[in-house]
Design a protein around this ligand. Structure first.
Ligand code: ZN
Length: 239
């Protein structure tokens, strides 16, 4: 059985800014798909906010095993109803991978339950360190690698305590950041990955491709529950 991976991209920077369009002529979603498609286990669908049903009609969401999400300037244009459907499917077992500025996306904030705010400054140099080397998402990676230009995201990052911090970013501004974090939510798994600002060719780096492929395999759950409706249970002590 293939793993159905859906790459959801806001997709507006690439259309509205010619410089960003040059970095990602096929959109961020196209570049992410290219990184993933070397893995024969994946059946990849790409979609964007301006596609019908904000890119995620029920039929697509209901067949998705792992959803990858990149958003930045239009978080509020994602209907809350859709964000709640994504949250519900994660609680039932879908994997969710939030990239870069998706830390402020509605689905991610619903899943975290905190503000997810952080410090930021564009145009920095980043060194990413593997800080959980035995974790499946770190498989095959060097101890550290450099991103020549990336947006600095700095602590404090207002997230619930992660189950693992697989990557920690250091920036030439002196800031540090929990750049790769894992959580379990209900039956589902969530991974957040910090690199991936729209003006940088981060989604062309082989190390990033390996991280995303590892993250899809880690987030994939064999079973997705049909519903999480709770039934009232009578106490065995009653009656
Ligand atoms: Zn950014």
């Amino acid at each position: 059985m293939p793993i159905n991976v859906t790459v959801w991209n806001e997709g507006r920077h690439e259309k509205n800014d010619t410089e960003i369009g040059k970095v990602y002529p096929d959109g961020l979603h196209g570049a992410i798909k290219k990184l993933l498609e070397t893995d024969g286990d994946f059946l990849i669908t790409t979609t964007t906010l301006d596609d019908p049903c904000s890119g995620l009609p029920d039929e697509l969401l209901e067949k998705t095993n792992v959803l990858i999400w990149w958003g930045h300037m239009s978080h509020e244009d994602v209907p809350m109803e859709l964000a709640l459907k994504v949250q519900n499917r994660v609680l039932r077992g879908m994997g969710f991978i939030a990239l870069h500025s998706a830390h402020m996306s509605r689905p991610f904030r619903l899943l975290m339950g905190t503000s997810c705010t952080l410090k930021w400054r564009d145009g920095c140099r980043e060194r990413l360190w593997v800080t959980d080397p035995s974790h499946p998402i770190a498989k095959g990676l060097p101890e550290t690698f450099e991103l020549k230009t990336e947006e600095m995201y700095g602590e404090f990052f207002d997230i619930p305590k992660p189950e693992s911090v697989v990557f920690t970013g250091w920036f030439n501004t002196g800031n540090v950041f929990r750049s790769g974090c894992c959580w379990t939510r209900g039956a589902g798994r969530v991974f957040y990955f910090q690199p991936g600002h729209e003006t940088n060719p981060t989604f062309k780096l082989p190390e990033v491709g390996l991280i995303l492929k590892n993250a899809v395999h880690w987030a994939y759950r064999v079973n997705i529950l049909p519903s999480i409706d709770c039934e009232q249970v009578t106490s065995p002590l009653e009656g």
